[in-house]
Design a protein around this ligand. Structure first.
Ligand code: PNS
Length: 170
């Protein structure tokens, strides 16, 4: 059984992530989506919210498993008996960071291989951070994320004052 791990912060999971997942499922028997508990930056969504958004954004299948991890990704992979990492590449700008990560992971564990899947052209510009920004500014995100994620983004951001609001002087 060919098992791949698709890691990320998924804050939130976008249609671009879903595209990569679907491509990975053509190659692998099973894909484990590994949601990092504490991404470098403070996430907008909690771990359980990020996991729930993924669950509601993909078709249920016994070939996809959603899990979370703390610490080194290679340790998570070992415990799930996988040595293949799947990452999405959107543009040349992603390459340097991903190249570093792939080589570091292989240095830590020489058995690890990283496979890069090219995103569909329509998602080449899409990132979770752009989606968060558009949502925070009250813009439309329905073509970037699932309806569930869209609703969660609205919930998170509606309590915030719209930025750039003009406050009239008395
Ligand atoms: O979606 P992201 O934020 O680009 O995902 C980054 C992620 C989670 C894949 C990366 O930060 C990671 O692997 N974190 C786990 C810690 C680790 O193993 N670090 C060493 C990798 S060189």
């Amino acid at each position: 059984m060919r098992i791949a791990v698709y890691p990320g912060s998924f804050d939130p999971f976008t249609n671009g992530h879903k595209d990569i997942l679907e491509r990975a499922l053509v190659i692998f028997d099973k894909v484990i989506i590994a949601v990092v508990r504490n991404p470098g930056k403070k996430p907008l969504f909690t771990l359980s919210e990020r996991v729930e958004i993924i669950r509601q954004s993909i078709e249920e299948s016994n070939r996809v498993h959603i899990d979370s991890f703390d610490g080194l990704l290679v340790n998570f992979m070992k415990s799930h008996r996988s040595n293949v990492l799947v990452k999405g590449l959107r543009a040349v700008s992603d390459f340097e960071f991903e190249f570093q990560m792939a080589l570091m992971n292989r240095k830590i564990d020489p058995a690890i291989e990283t496979i890069f899947l090219m995103t569909s052209a329509e998602y080449a510009f899409l990132s979770s951070s752009r989606v968060r920004e558009i949502a925070a500014l009250g813009g439309p995100v329905s073509c970037f994320v699932s309806p569930f994620a869209e609703a969660k983004l609205k919930e998170k951001t509606c309590t915030k004052k719209p930025r750039g609001e003009i406050v009239e002087k008395e």
